[in-house]
Write a protein that binds this ligand. Structure first.
Ligand code: GUN
Length: 174
């Protein structure tokens, strides 16, 4: 694992270094890092995280939808075939989604499909916060009843939480 950055090191990164390091804190959406790097220097890690969160919140509904659609299914084919991004692979593995019983995998797959059919984007949840399988299952079972507008906002709020934890993984916030 690479060593974690201090605030001083973070603020000394060139724009290209910043883009590379943070390109996937929002899954496969490098524009977030490009936008936020222009706000450097940062007063604190928290203020940088807030800039990423505000960036996400202010996007158009079309772009929020695009971001949700870039997320892989939880316990889906990309996990099975080791094709996830490093970050998503880490999160799904930590939540034990690579070791589900056939029955649990089937339950989640069916719900994922139902969810995607209704909303047109995959179920996104910060699995490092809702890491127990039953909590993930409960989340999708409840959220599937929401309206599309509500789910767009809830999904983006989950993307913010994922983004925050991915940033904290890269910096030394002690
Ligand atoms: N929660 C944390 N990481 C992911 C991911 O890669 N995909 C989905 N759907 N949810 C996540």
């Amino acid at each position: 694992m690479r060593s974690k950055l201090s605030l001083e090191q973070l603020n000394a990164l060139s724009p290209a270094e910043f883009h590379k390091l943070f390109e996937n804190v929002v899954e496969s959406w490098s524009e977030a890092a490009i936008f936020c790097s222009a706000m450097a220097p940062f007063k604190s890690f928290d203020s940088m995280i807030t800039i990423f969160e505000n960036y996400l919140q202010r996007l158009s509904s079309e772009n929020k939808l695009r971001i949700l659609r870039l997320h892989p299914d939880l316990a889906g084919k990309l996990l099975d075939t080791h094709q996830l991004t490093e970050e998503s692979s880490y999160e799904q593995t930590c939540a034990g989604l690579d070791k589900l019983s056939a029955n649990d995998k089937d339950r989640l797959t069916k719900l994922n499909e139902k969810y995607k059919e209704k909303f047109g984007f995959p179920f996104v949840v910060c699995v490092r916060e809702a890491s127990k399988f039953e909590a993930i299952l409960k989340g999708i079972t409840e959220r599937i009843n929401n309206s599309p507008d509500m789910e767009l906002e809830i999904g983006i709020n989950e993307v913010k939480k994922i983004c925050r934890l991915r940033i904290l993984q890269l910096v030394n916030n002690l």
